[in-house]
Design a protein around this ligand. Structure first.
Ligand code: FES
Length: 68
């Protein structure tokens, strides 16, 4: 099995974003593809990022906490 055949994984980063690794296609709420510049992306789950759906690190300053 090559790296391209491996299933994508989503990992909840403690007190931070969801890290998505692998081949996935991100789409906005209209169904339009969202450009990915990296194979691993961090998706905001605190709701405060200025570059949603991606994490911009704001969660740290905001003190975002998760139970995970
Ligand atoms: S999780 Fe990082 S800015 Fe929201």
């Amino acid at each position: 099995m090559s790296a391209q055949d491996e299933p994508a994984t989503i990992t909840a980063y403690p007190d931070g974003p969801l890290l998505v690794r692998g081949a996935v296609e991100l789409r906005d709420d209209d169904g339009a593809p969202i450009e990915q510049r990296r194979r691993t992306v961090a998706l905001c789950r605190c709701g405060l990022s200025t570059i949603k759906p991606f994490c911009d690190g704001t969660h740290k300053a905001a003190g975002f906490r998760t139970d995970a």
